[in-house]
Design a protein around this ligand. Structure first.
Ligand SMILES: Cc1cc2nc3c(=O)[nH]c(=O)nc-3n(C[C@H](O)[C@H](O)[C@H](O)COP(=O)(O)OP(=O)(O)OC[C@H]3O[C@@H](n4cnc5c(N)ncnc54)[C@H](O)[C@@H]3O)c2cc1C
Length: 483
């Protein structure tokens, strides 16, 4: 163990944090490492510190900052999470990981209708708590995905069609700054910090509480309809039509997921369809429901009940890449063709067929940005876009780190570049990369617009003048790396 690691551990113990410090030989350490969603993110830090409250976050942060040369990482989530998949985004090899997994409370104030949510919570638990009060919030769409990363990175939600992104619903942040001070950031107090936290990720401090506006919970009508590959053309047409009209029908939500199972070569498309008011066969979902060959399980449920069971399997070596392009059936069709070639290429390079690939397309119409602007705006800068767009995220999951770096990463990267180049050829590339879906080699902030980059750089310099979150927290996307 290097000297710095010994000093860091000794200093944390001296600060009275020994009881929440896990070292490599301890069972709790191994459990916390194993709890990362992706094997790719399961680095082995010198130790893990797991604060129980804001005061302990502050103490841990001050101690680490004062330990010369000690770098550290931040992760959220107590169980099966820390969902950012790329190595080093939420963990560290040579340093200490601050793990917010014990800070999991959601409190609802019926008078103000504000939900106060700690960063280590998972969305399924947030919704379960809120539904007890018949309240709901716009947050993540998978049960185990974490609050801290999703909200600081933005947050695409079931309700983005009505209210904008998850970060647009935050009215106040409690943040621990690099000097250990605890500040509130809202429209009146530290408004510059308030704004940059809406999508600016871990560049300014550690968020220890998010206060979010809620709305009345209602039943949803929801389920998956799975179609054979032969339905592609009609699905693409329906997707384009749905996205174009989403501003007029903001009660429906869709995710279009292409999956290929390499062993059987089964290629299918799953439409995850949701009506947010529980209306069966709602008007804008009917186009999908009418396509022949679909088999589904639509049912009336609630967001909390859906998410308790809606878990994307973990425990693989993952590569994720994202791309956004103009809503154009030709580009979507090209993406599906590239996706098929990707499956063929992977099959050649991984002959035992032990991999999984998926590509998810989501509407990103101009109305989403209008909802964000109406709530004060965020860092994405997508209000500049004149066209409805499509947000694509694709993933390759393999069994070993070696296959991931030799095959998974380069093939997926090349596939995304091919779709991007085709989009460019049709003037359909719009140069926006959504941080929460990015691979570590992508540079989302560089696509957020000059003005927002300036705001983030200024806020980082003001609230973290010694650059702790730029240099001592090397993981995640760094605003200082943007030219
Ligand atoms: C199965 C699955 C489903 C997903 N569903 C959605 C979805 O519906 N919508 C969507 O927008 N995205 C979704 N994502 C992407 C997801 O938003 C990102 O992976 C996000 O980073 C995960 O949040 P986390 O809390 O697990 O963060 P972590 O992986 O722990 O952290 C991510 C980043 O945020 C930083 N961070 C975490 N907590 C804090 C904090 N409190 N203060 C400051 N910085 C912090 C970390 O340092 C790190 O850089 C999904 C991902 C997966 C794997």
């Amino acid at each position: 163990m290097p000297d710095i690691s010994r000093s860091a551990i000794a200093n944390l113990e001296k600060a009275g944090l020994g009881g929440i410090l896990y070292k490599p030989e301890q069972k709790s350490y191994e459990e916390r490492i194993a709890s990362y969603w992706s094997l790719t993110a399961q680095l082995k830090p010198w130790a893990i510190i797991q604060p129980r409250n804001t005061k302990e976050v502050s103490k841990a942060l001050q101690t680490l900052v004062n330990t010369t040369g000690c770098n550290f990482a931040i992760r959220s989530l107590w169980d099966s999470g820390g969902h950012m998949a790329w190595a080093g985004s939420n963990n560290i090899e040579a340093g200490i990981t601050i793990d917010l997994g014990l800070m999991t409370t959601t409190t609802y104030n019926p008078e103000t209708k504000i939900a106060s949510i700690q960063p280590g919570s998972r969305w399924a638990d947030v919704y379960t708590e809120l539904e007890k009060h018949r309240a709901m919030v716009a947050g993540g769409r998978e049960g185990l995905v974490g609050v801290g990363g999703l909200l600081t990175g933005g947050g695409k939600t079931f309700y983005t069609c009505r209210y904008g992104f998850a970060c647009d619903q935050v009215i106040n942040y409690e943040v621990v700054l690099a000097d250990g001070s605890v500040v509130e950031a809202n429209k009146e107090t530290n408004p510059d910090l308030f704004l940059v936290l809406k999508g600016g990720s871990n560049n300014f401090g550690i968020v220890t509480r998010f206060d979010m506006t809620t709305f009345n919970a209602s039943n949803i009508w929801d389920g998956n309809i799975t179609f054979p590959k032969s339905a592609t053309d009609r699905l693409v047409e329906a997707f384009v039509d749905f996205t174009k009209n989403l501003a007029l029908n903001p009660d429906d939500h869709i995710l279009a997921m292409w999956t290929i199972l390499p062993r059987t070569k089964d290629h299918f498309i799953t439409m995850v369809l949701t009506n947010l008011d529980g209306v069966e066969n709602s008007k804008s979902l009917q186009k999908f429901l009418a396509i022949p060959g679909g088999q589904g399980n639509m049912t009336t449920t609630t967001v909390a009940k859906k998410l308790v069971d809606f878990l994307v399997p973990s425990g693989k070596h993952d590569t994720w890449f994202t791309l956004t392009f103009k809503l154009d059936a030709r580009i979507i069709k090209k993406a599906t063709e590239v996706f098929e070639s990707l499956a063929e290429e992977l099959k050649k390079q991984i002959p035992d067929g032990n991999f999984y690939i998926s590509m998810v397309l989501q509407p990103l119409p101009t109305s989403f940005a209008r909802h964000s602007v109406a709530r004060g705006g965020n860092m994405f800068g997508i209000e500049r876009l004149q066209d409805d767009c499509v947000l694509l995220v694709a993933a390759v999951e393999v069994e070993t780190p070696e296959i991931s770096s030799r095959v998974g990463f380069p093939t997926l990267k090349a596939a995304i570049a091919e779709i991007e180049s085709y989009a460019k050829s049709l003037n359909g590339d719009i140069g926006f990369l959504y941080l929460n879906y990015c691979d570590g080699s992508q540079n989302p902030f560089s696509t957020y617009g000059e003005e927002n980059i300036k705001k983030m750089k200024e806020a980082a310099a003001k609230y973290d003048p010694t650059g702790v979150f730029q240099t001592r927290v090397p993981g995640g996307f760094k605003i200082s790396k943007v030219e």
